[in-house]
Design a protein around this ligand. Structure first.
Ligand SMILES: Nc1ncnc2c1ncn2[C@@H]1O[C@H](COP(=O)(O)OP(=O)(O)OP(=O)(O)O)[C@@H](O)[C@H]1O
Length: 746
């Protein structure tokens, strides 16, 4: 450390006495900070008697506990300027509660609702600690901030840059997926603050020569419970083992861990457990309206499509459980063109693409982002997200809290809806038990637009979508199978075949891990003419059951003005007090009856026709025939679908034939080779039994030739020797034999 005088050295001493710590802090403030007039920490307003904020373990209150504004805290001018510049004036609850402690050098276990400002609660004390220690470039790594996801790390890095802009510290973002790892290795040792994901940090610890964290002052785990989870266990243990134990540690999360084991792993020293909203009636933000609807698995896609169509002016975050599902829904909905920009985010994407999509979504006023849980924690999408839609049930209550926490952040409001299958209704009671105010409501049946028929038609038209649909199907079933909470998730209760149909798949993919289901099923090797439960007519019916104009292509921005939010999407009937009975809560009749009773709704003249990316029309097709004749259109659609199926069938049959022929040919060649090999071996045996005389003759001959050629030099000798190889006779024989054999086989 450079230029740190005797006074600064005392801050390294761990003082457990709270009073002494605070006096030190004031001294530091007087020495390094530049107090503003009227911000003397000793003349703070009195604290309300019962406030939990700032209460110390001995029952007294911190000297700064009454502070409401950042300006009242003993912060350096650089930090205050950074806060002012970013327009942070008043503290949030968690900031008020934790800063008096963290600034004094204590370890913190901070818990507060989502969107309540936990980031600043650890960024400020980091800046202050390094500032007081006069940390410089030569001192190396002074602080590590860890985040479970790359996007969140990037966000934390941006907050650090904005609030710490007047400090001279160097900070770096170390996240996976970035190609410049070699460049990072060159600079990483000169960085003061590392914002990173566990994987990348460990990579540097393992690979970067002389990577040194021995001077570490502060370690922060944002979304601590997630980082301490089994998923990161190995990485975290390896990291912690390489960090000095003498440091300040902050753990923050909306769903904080209290596990003694976890705390022991991190060697926390008498941490302050600050759960500012523990007394609160709800575990989620007060301005968040939360709803649940019962949706059978095979109707989820219909429901999602209808929901998207009814909220075209919203910024919506849609959670699905697997990458393939996200990709499938995104790709198919994109082709169906709902009239709002669509995006997707999942862990299998390239890092630059991920960052780009995240940034775009932050900027757009109306947009739908389909995502896995990669976007569920910590992300603060610039302008507020209007809706969080959970198509698939989260793995536990904590995961639910983080997902819905992407909306209603800081002082803004937000709405969320979760689709629960009848078999998952137990989750509802678990949410209620955990102080989550959620209303079970019914969807307005009339607003639900079945989309499965269109998906089936899409899958026929774009054959590349078929494997994707299959993967989406299989990965979803697998995800349910793997869930730990068997009270909520039961793979045996899933309507597997109906779900497959709802994705537009012509046949249910095989699921190996569900042997008992597969047993007894007589699966035809042939591709069926049409999907199970979906004959030509039903396919078409469901495809055309969309209201006219449902698939209108929104081509210019002005058109969006005509799209209105649909407030009547739900029949807002509060059923939270009603006893939950899956059979009663199911809002849609069984699939078959829907398909049978739905009227065929054909585009009328004047309405738009939908085109896919290649310029092909999608069903319903009004391009051919007399546009005034509905039956013509219907017939043409049906014919086209039939024709496509036939073509596909023929193609597959041909391919199958060719495959079989190639296979036959390959096997014949193999047999032939084996025969030749066997013959050769036999000949060699026979050769060894040749008449002694004949052998001798040959050897004499060879000797003679050798003798004769003595004068002809080395080259000639070589040549002659080659000509009298002992097996030359058998080779000729072998060739002859092979030729005979080949001709006999043909
Ligand atoms: N003191 C403050 N004054 C005004 N805005 C603030 C303040 N503190 C935080 N914010 C804003 O509140 C929003 C949420 O903050 P932050 O992301 O830190 O929440 P969080 O508690 O970490 O949420 P999560 O649990 O989801 O990670 C951000 O937009 C941030 O800019």
């Amino acid at each position: 450390m450079t230029n740190r005088g005797t006074k600064s050295r005392k801050f390294k001493v761990q003082v457990r006495n709270h009073e002494a710590q605070e006096i030190e802090l004031i001294e530091a403030w007087i020495e390094w900070g530049q107090p503003e007039s009227g911000s003397n920490p000793l003349s703070l307003p009195p604290l309300p008697e019962k406030s939990p904020i700032g209460r110390l373990p001995d029952g007294t209150f911190s000297r700064y506990a009454g502070a409401e504004k950042f300006s009242q805290l003993p912060l350096s001018k650089k930090t205050k300027d950074g806060l002012n510049q970013a327009k942070y004036k008043k503290m949030t609850d968690i900031q008020r509660a934790s800063l008096p402690h963290s600034l004094c050098g204590r370890d913190i276990l901070g818990a507060a609702k989502t969107g309540s400002g936990k980031t600043l609660a650890f960024i400020i004390p980091i800046l202050e600690k390094l500032n007081r220690s006069r940390w410089g470039p030569e001192d190396g790594v002074g602080c590590i901030i860890m985040s479970p996801t790359r996007e969140l790390a990037n966000q934390l890095f941006n907050v650090l840059k904005s609030v710490g802009k007047y400090h001279g510290f160097s900070a770096g973002l170390l996240i996976g997926g970035r190609k410049d790892v070699d460049e990072e290795k060159v600079h990483v040792n000169s960085l003061n603050i590392l914002v990173c994901t566990p994987g990348r940090l460990l990579q540097h610890m393992d690979e970067t020569p002389n990577f040194d964290c021995s001077g570490l002052q502060v370690l922060v785990l944002d979304e601590a419970d997630r980082i301490l989870d089994v998923g990161f266990k190995k990485e975290l243990n390896a990291i912690i083992s390489q960090l000095p134990k003498h440091r300040q540690t902050f753990l923050f999360s909306a769903t904080q861990t209290k596990s003694v084991q976890d705390l022991a792993r991190l060697s926390l020293k008498d941490p302050e457990y600050l759960s500012v909203h523990e007394e609160s009636e709800t575990a989620t933000p007060n301005r968040l309206q939360q709803t649940a609807i019962t949706v059978p698995l095979d109707q989820k896609i219909d429901m999602l499509w209808s929901f998207v169509k009814a909220h075209l002016n919203s910024r919506m975050l849609v959670f699905l459980s697997t990458c393939k599902q996200v990709k499938f829904v995104f790709e198919t909905f994109k082709k169906l063109r709902p009239g709002v920009p669509l995006k997707c985010l999942h862990g299998r994407m390239k890092q630059e693409t991920r960052m780009g999509i995240y940034a775009q979504f932050c900027e757009e006023k109306r947009s739908i982002l389909f995502s896995t849980d990669v976007a569920s924690r910590g992300l603060d999408f610039n302008k507020s997200v209007d809706w969080v839609v959970q198509v698939d049930c989260p793995e536990n209550v904590a995961s639910y809290i983080h997902r819905v926490g992407r909306t209603a952040r800081y002082q803004s409001g937000g709405k969320s809806v979760i689709f629960l299958m009848p078999s998952e209704m137990k989750m509802l009671s678990k949410l209620e038990e955990n102080k989550i105010p959620i209303r079970l409501i019914k969807a307005n049946k009339e607003r639900v637009q079945p989309v499965r028929g269109l998906l089936a038609a899409l899958l026929v038209q774009h054959t590349d979508l078929q494997p994707l649909a299959q993967r989406a199907f299989i990965t979803y079933i697998k995800s349910i199978h793997k869930q730990r909470d068997k009270e909520v998730f039961s793979v045996n209760e899933l309507p597997i075949d109906d779900y497959s149909v709802s994705l537009g798949l012509p046949m249910t993919p095989k699921i190996r891990f569900l042997k008992q289901k597969a047993k007894g099923k007589n699966e035809s090797e042939e591709l069926p003419l049409l999907p199970e439960n979906c004959n030509n007519v039903t396919l078409l019916e469901s495809a055309t059951a969309m209201p006219a104009g449902a698939l209108e292509v929104k081509q210019d921005a002005d058109e969006s003005a005509r799209v209105h939010e649909d407030d009547n999407f739900f029949q807002v009937k509060d059923t939270s007090n009603e006893e939950v009975e899956p059979a009663v809560l199911g809002w849609v009749e069984p699939v078959k009856s829907v398909l049978k009773t739905k009227k065929i709704n054909v585009h009328r003249p004047g309405t738009r026709v939908v085109f896919d990316d290649e310029g092909n029309t999608l069903a319903p097709l009004a391009k051919f025939g007399d546009p005034n004749s509905a039956s013509d259109l219907l017939q043409l659609d049906e014919d086209r679908v039939k024709q496509r199926y036939e073509e596909l069938r023929k193609k597959l049959k041909m391919a199958d034939k060719e495959d079989k022929a190639t296979d036959r040919e390959r096997r014949r060649e193999k047999r032939l080779k084996e025969k030749i090999k066997w013959k050769r071996a036999r000949d060699e045996d026979e050769l060894s039994e040749l008449d002694e005389d004949e052998n001798e003759n040959r050897i004499n001959k060879k000797a003679k030739i050798n003798f004769d050629s003595d004068d002809d030099g080395e080259d000639k000798r070589k040549k002659d020797n080659e000509g009298i190889k002992p097996d030359s006779i058998s080779l000729a024989e072998q060739e002859e034999l092979a030729l005979k054999l080949l001709s006999s086989m043909h």
